[in-house]
Design a protein around this ligand. Structure first.
Ligand SMILES: [Zn+2]
Length: 108
């Protein structure tokens, strides 16, 4: 059995990282001083869209990390949530928040 605690630490570190990234993005979106120049405002709006999609991706990842942490607590971390087969720890090493074995991830 691979070391649960090791993956838990990994997930917590990832979560910290992402939480910081998300709050940095939020801060960027709510620019403190809006530009008075219209062209600059348009550019800022485009940037906001990019930032927002970045933020959404990070938030989705955070949800996956939270789910993985729950799976650790419930002892299901090493089982594929689709077929119940073991997820190889080499895969979890690369994708610690993955809830599926390679076969099932391919089908999704
Ligand atoms: Zn599977």
């Amino acid at each position: 059995m691979a070391d649960l605690e090791h993956f838990k630490q990994k997930l917590m570190a990832l979560k910290d990282d992402l939480t910081q990234r998300v709050s940095a993005i939020d801060k960027d979106i709510k620019h403190e001083g809006m530009s008075s120049n219209w062209t600059e405002q348009a550019t800022e709006r485009e940037n906001d869209e990019v930032l927002e999609s970045l933020g959404n991706a990070s938030e989705q990842e955070l949800v996956m990390i939270d789910n993985a942490l729950k799976r650790i607590d419930s002892g299901e971390y090493f089982s594929c949530s689709a077929c119940g087969e073991d997820i190889p720890s080499a895969r979890l090493e690369l994708l610690p928040f993955s809830a599926h074995c390679v076969n099932c991830a391919d089908k999704i």
